[in-house]
Design a protein around this ligand. Sequence first.
Ligand SMILES: *Cc1c(COP(=O)(O)O)cnc(C)c1O
Length: 432
Amino acid sequence: MVTTSFKTTKSEEIFAAAQKLMPGGVSSPVRAFKSVGGQPIVFDRVKGAYIWDVDDNQYIDYVGTWGPAICGHAHPEVIEALHKALEKGTSFGAPSYLENVLAEMVIDAVPSIEMVRFVNSGTEACMAVLRLMRAFTGRDKIIKFEGCYHGHADMFLVKAGSGVATLGLPDSPGVPKSATQNTLTAPFNDLEAVKALFEENPGQIAGVILEPVVGNAGFIPPDGGFLEGLRVLTKENGALLIFDEVMTGFRIAYGGAQEKFGITPDLTTLGKIIGGGLPVGAYGGRRDIMSMVAPSGPMYQAGTLSGNPLAMTAGIKTLELLQKSGTYEYLDRITKKLADGLLQIAKEKGHAVCGGNISGMFGLFFTSGPVHNYEEAKKSDLAKFSRFHRGMLERGIYLAPSQFEAGFTSVAHTEEDIDRTLQAAAEVISSL
Ligand SMILES: *Cc1c(COP(=O)(O)O)cnc(C)c1O
């Protein structure tokens, strides 16, 4: 039942004011509800699996601040560790022991990473890794996949899915053609397309970067053999393989997609979870490549707040919590129950849907599918998704306000939360 108490008066007031103060009223575009319609909800506080808005509505949260909240929001142990760290100050601009601790944890966890550099966001990590792949190989061209997101740096803003994609035309005004002309694109899960790009650009491609499980075009897992094939193709062509695990790192397994699928890339980017809710990114990989990074080598990359003690502390505590045995089995169990439940309900009501989960990452498309790439994802019925999103919101379930985003669970989500979510979904889907 829609609670008659669902009111968003204060949210609307605050957002109306925000729109005069900040472009679109937000600090990051997807937060505005542009693709689902209606006004975004303005939040007041978070705890565990829940978020509360300024009108005091409570929601079960499947955004988890876009992934970092894997232990649940504001975990008491993370908060306590942050309180202690705060007493020692907020930034040193100099080495701290905390960086060693988190670096060691990341190196122990992620198979490809022998050395790591901390930065402040996933975008920064991807920018740096791009420079590094070019510096190491002495080649300028890179291959990315349509619908994959690697942050907002110029070189990665190549329009996904349309004819301009193959021409390397910029996706946003303000991005010069010169910034993207070396960015080649291929459809996800299409090894033949990648092979063709290598053949057309012999000795010119520095590397291939991808989300090993796509989360930024909706949830799209790799087909069997795709990641293996990329590993072989890059090796054959003297190019590097880069897994952008900003989303999948510590999410689909403790060691990320590379542990889950047993494929070791040359370099990896991380973010989201390793900051435990504070701003952190990182890139790392083979020691011989990472040794090129300044001051150990000539490739320049720096950051005033990089390795920040508060961010390191939240990351360390979050990874410690994730090390508890059974974490990923639990995430997989409840998330599978959610994803399978949603599919079953929608199919019973006669809707064309497809989707699934890997551990605590899931997605549902309103198309019969299967979805292997961005073009196929775009066949989803977006109007139907918008109505689904709105109905869930009114029933206290907060989903990402876009069909082209994955959903996330946390260890704080209970079986009961999943049951409540499925109950709400049954009502909403009946009315679509
Ligand atoms: C979120 C994300 C980024 C960008 O990270 P920011 O911290 O938002 O800059 C890059 N790559 C992937 C795969 C992401 O999911």
